[in-house]
Every structure is written in C-alpha cells, then in structure tokens.
Design a protein around this ligand. Structure first.
Ligand SMILES: *[C@@H]1O[C@H](CO)[C@@H](O)[C@H](O)[C@H]1NC(C)=O
Ligand SMILES: *[C@@H]1O[C@H](CO)[C@@H](O)[C@H](O)[C@H]1NC(C)=O
Ligand SMILES: *[C@@H]1O[C@H](CO)[C@@H](O)[C@H](O)[C@H]1NC(C)=O
Ligand SMILES: *[C@@H]1O[C@H](CO)[C@@H](O)[C@H](O)[C@H]1NC(C)=O
Ligand SMILES: *[C@@H]1O[C@H](CO)[C@@H](O)[C@H](O)[C@H]1NC(C)=O
Ligand SMILES: *[C@@H]1O[C@H](CO)[C@@H](O)[C@H](O)[C@H]1NC(C)=O
Ligand SMILES: *[C@@H]1O[C@H](CO)[C@@H](O)[C@H](O)[C@H]1NC(C)=O
Length: 453
C-alpha cells in the first residue's frame, strides 16, 4: 500500500492554487463547478474534428481508450446535466451525437459496431434515448429518429428470443454475435438494463407489457441468485452449467441500474409493498458494498487495477440514486445524505493536471490518484449535477408533458443493415474470418424474422 501511495504522490504535479472549488450548500456554486468539469469532460470528445467519428469518444482500443458504449453513457450524463443545471451549452453536440450513432435501422446497431456489439452496449445508448424522452430533450424533426421510438426499438429487439436462447430458463446473453467471446455468458448488466428500460417505458407509456417483462426479468435474476437475499448483486454466469456457478464480482452499475428500475416499478405500481421492499433492499446493498464511510467506492477495481470501463461507474451510481429518490421519495433523505458526503470527497480530490482541477477515481483516499480521463470527469459532473435533484423536475411521462413520439413496433421491421451485410459478403474486401461472422449474422437475422413474426 505505502509504496504505491508514495509513487502516486511523486507523479502528481504540485499545484498550490487551483483545485475545484465548490460550496455544496449553494446551487449556484454547484452549477459553476459542474460547468467547469463538463467542459473538461467534453475536451475528450473529438467527434466533430476532421478524421474523427461523430458521436463517439476516441477509440475503441487500440485506436483510443474508449469503447463505443461509453460515449452513449456520456451523452446520457450530459442530458441529466442539462436537465438538472439548466445549462444547454452542449445540447446541440449531444443531439447530433445521439442521432449520428442511431444507425440506419434506428436501433443503435450501426454496422461499424454490430460485429462487436453486446446487448449492454446497445442498451446503454437505449437508456440515453429514454432519458432524452423523459426530459423533453429537443425532439428531432419528423422523419428523423425519435427518442422514445429509439428506446422502444432497443427494448423490442432485446425482448426477442434470438437474443436469449433457452439456456438457464431465458435471460439475455451478454453478446449478440455467436462468434463473440461472451456469447455463452448470461450476465447481470444486459438483463438489469432491460429491466430498467422496461420499468421506465411502463411508467412513461402506461403500457403494462413492459412492466410484466421487467417483473419476469427481476424474478429471473433472483431465481439464479444473481441478486442474493442480502441484495448483493453479482456479475453473471455461463450457460455451460445452466447458469449455476455465479461469478461473484460486484460492480456498482449493476446495482444502481436495478435500483433505478425498481424505483420506477415502485412508482408505476403506485407504491406496491413488494417494490418498496426491493428498493430498500437494493439501497441497503449499495450503501454496504459501494460506499466507504459515505464515499462512493468500486470494490472490485479499486482494490486492484481499474480498467477503463469501471472508471465511469461512480457517475451512474450518483445519477441513478438521485432519480430513484424522485420516483421513490421514501428513500430521499438516505440518498441525499450519501450523495452529499460522497460528492464532497469527489470534489476534494480534483487537484490534478496542469490546471490543478482534474479529477481522479480513488475518491475515498482524499487525494488525486495521478490519472484522469473521460470516465473520471463524467463521474464528478454526475455527482455535482445530482445534488441539484431536489429542485429538478422528475422524469416526465406521456401523461405529464413528455412530447417524444413512440412506436411500439420499432425495431421489428425489415433491417436495412441486412442488405449492407449482403454487399460486403459478396465483395472481396472482407477476410475469411469476417465473412464467417457475417454469414452467421445472416442466419441469425433470418431466424429473428421467423421468431418475431
Ligand atoms: C463508421 O465508420 C466510418 C469509417 O471510419 C465513418 O466514416 C462513419 O462515420 C462511421 N459511422 C458511425 C455511425 O460510426
Ligand atoms: C436449467 O435451468 C432452468 C431454469 O433456469 C430449468 O428450467 C431447466 O430445467 C434447467 N435445465 C437443466 C438441463 O438443468
Ligand atoms: C395507479 O393509480 C392511478 C391513479 O389512481 C391509476 O390510474 C393506475 O391504473 C394505477 N396503476 C397501477 C399499475 O395500478
Ligand atoms: C469518515 O468520514 C467522517 C466525515 O465524513 C470523518 O470525520 C471520519 O474520520 C471518517 N472515518 C474514516 C475511518 O475515514
Ligand atoms: C411517483 O413519482 C412522482 C414524481 O414523478 C412523485 O411525485 C410521486 O409521489 C411518485 N409516486 C409514489 C407512489 O411515490
Ligand atoms: C400520449 O399522449 C398523447 C397526447 O395526450 C396521446 O395522443 C397518445 O395516445 C398518448 N400515447 C400513449 C402511448 O399513451
Ligand atoms: C404495449 O407494448 C407492447 C410491447 O412492445 C406492444 O406489443 C403493444 O402494442 C403496446 N400496446 C400499446 C397499446 O401500445
């Protein structure tokens, strides 16, 4: 422990002045600080510059640090940032980015990413579209993809049997393509996001079908002990033994995305006792596992090495706890207490970089850890903005002013992408490996039509 700390300290430039200053009792001060960090975050986005791709962060590795999903998550954070602070500086960039990645079938499956796509990658973008609907983020004109319909397209595709298979009694697989590593893994995150989106779609549209699927998904997670009786939320299991050997690693995004979904189910059911107990239980688990003395902590990676993905999780944890407290008000006081102590710690370690205000990830140590990036900045924007939740409007619904246009059948029509695959497979450019993958993709698309119709 000690040598690590010493070497981190020596790497950290000593800057006496800057540091991120904020009075957490003052909404204006929070907004000022959040605006600075949001600007720092957007400095990682190069999508509008020549030679870069609109909508994504530099990557995916080895071309840059960030996978495709993380930009989708970042735009969701920026929608919350605008909705809670009122600062619309970045809205046009966010709008353009989401539409740029919606894909020709309007389901966040552009062919650039389809071959490496996981269900969770697709649904992180789906949740962002849903946040846009719930906040009346500027609606695209007629003829362009609509936020609610985009979310419904993702949900419909993930409800279909071809994303699941009969193993383990259903449940979404991690990967979509059979050739991808992880196709045999049925893990918590895609199922938890499907649960979350179903609960939010039910509340938004008042269509009970979504809620029924969310209840089924919850039961599936419980039955396979991906969520145990103490509300530990584990990572997943492989189909080889019918999902009976559960990988017990815990990541905060799993628990947080479930909390937000359960809070929406609580709200949608007009405060059912079952959902009340699940919301309470999940919050107990989150406080026990992911907070260290009131500060957000990612146990599975902070004790060792954190790769890029988990580094953005603390922002989701804060934001999704905050929205949960709006739709399940009985947890409001507990949530705000945690968010305040944690945000204090988050801000206090933002002393890095040449300007002395860049943020690290190890909030509970009380000092900048020597490394910054889009994930670290996303977390602190999310934490600061979440403190404004008490004065912010709750997520809208179709019945309370939400204007986004939906399409219950989105995602189930003929696929334009199928034709594009056809062109590639008949050309010479694709190597043998890729052709195999594409042919398998074809077989799946045909199967998908058979099952769906
Ligand atoms: C797909 O990749 C091409 C080539 O890099 C790029 O021009 C295009 O903008 C990308 N589209 C999306 C949606 O990422
Ligand atoms: C696999 O688990 C499901 C429940 O998840 C059960 O219905 C099925 O019978 C199990 N199959 C085998 C082969 O054990
Ligand atoms: C919740 O209450 C509202 C208003 O009383 C009612 O219209 C709605 O059907 C109820 N929802 C459920 C899921 O029971
Ligand atoms: C826990 O946090 C409080 C302030 O929030 C601080 O006074 C106390 O020293 C901390 N305890 C530990 C063990 O870090
Ligand atoms: C549902 O959420 C709204 C905020 O949108 C809140 O005012 C209401 O009290 C919640 N309903 C219940 C039953 O907690
Ligand atoms: C949403 O609200 C609009 C306007 O009130 C209404 O025409 C439409 O049918 C509603 N859609 C759903 C899915 O409830
Ligand atoms: C409710 O949602 C389901 C699932 O997407 C859909 O099949 C059905 O048409 C929807 N019902 C209405 C009234 O929109």
């Amino acid at each position: 422990m000690l040598p690590t700390l010493v070497s981190l300290i020596s790497l950290t430039p000593i800057v006496a002045h800057a540091a991120l200053q904020v009075d957490l009792e003052s909404p204006d001060s929070i907004k000022t600080a959040a605006k600075l960090v949001a600007g720092d975050l957007l400095s990682y986005y190069q999508g509008r510059e020549p030679g870069h791709t609109l909508g994504i962060l530099p990557g995916p590795p080895p071309d840059g640090d960030y996978y495709w999903w993380q930009a989708g998550a970042m735009w969701g954070g920026m929608i919350d940032y605008w909705y809670w602070t009122g600062d619309d500086t970045y809205n046009d960039i966010v709008y353009e980015a989401i539409l740029a990645q919606a894909g020709p079938d309007r389901d966040f499956m552009d062919k650039n990413w389809t071959l490496s796509l996981g269900n969770d990658d697709q649904s992180f973008w789906g949740m962002t579209a849903l946040s846009a609907a719930e906040s009346n983020f500027q609606d695209p004109p007629q003829g362009e993809p609509q936020w609610l319909a985009l979310a419904q397209a993702v949900w419909n595709e993930q409800a279909s049997p071809d994303r699941r298979g009969p193993e383990c009694g259903g449940g979404l697989r991690w990967q979509i393509q059979p050739t991808n590593r992880g196709y045999d893994y049925k893990n918590t995150i895609p199922n938890a996001i499907f649960f979350n989106m179903g609960a939010r779609l039910a509340r938004y549209t008042n269509n009970d079908t979504y809620a029924q699927h969310s209840t089924d998904t919850w039961n599936w997670l419980i039955e396979h002990v991906y969520i145990d009786d103490k509300f530990n939320v584990y990572d997943g299991a492989h189909i080889a033994d019918n999902c009976t050997t559960v990988n017990k690693q815990q990541f905060s995004y799993n628990a947080a995305v479930l909390l937000l979904g359960a809070a929406h189910m609580y709200n949608y059911t007009n405060a059912s006792k079952d959902w009340e107990a699940r919301v309470s239980g999940l919050l107990d688990g989150i406080e026990r596992v992911f907070f260290l003395n009131g500060t957000a902590y990612e146990p599975t990676c902070e004790a060792r090495i954190c790769l890029t993905d988990p580094i953005s999780f603390k922002g989701y944890l804060h934001r999704w706890m905050a929205v949960s407290s709006q739709v399940a008000p009985f947890i409001h006081d507990r949530v705000m207490g945690l968010l305040k102590t944690s945000t204090r710690a988050a801000v206090d370690q933002c002393t890095g970089g040449a300007d002395g205000r860049q943020c690290g990830f190890h909030w509970s140590t009380g000092m900048y850890d020597g490394a910054t990036g889009a994930g670290q900045e996303m977390n602190v924007v999310g934490a600061l903005a979440s403190l404004l939740i008490e004065a912010a409007a709750p997520p809208l619904t179709n019945g309370t002013g939400g204007s986004s246009l939906g399409d219950p059948d989105a995602g189930s029509g003929p696929k334009k992408e199928t034709d594009e695959f056809k062109q590639v497979t008949t050309g010479d450019q694709a190597g043998a490996g890729i052709v195999t993958v594409l042919l398998l993709g074809f077989a799946m698309v045909s199967l998908w039509f058979m099952v769906w119709k």
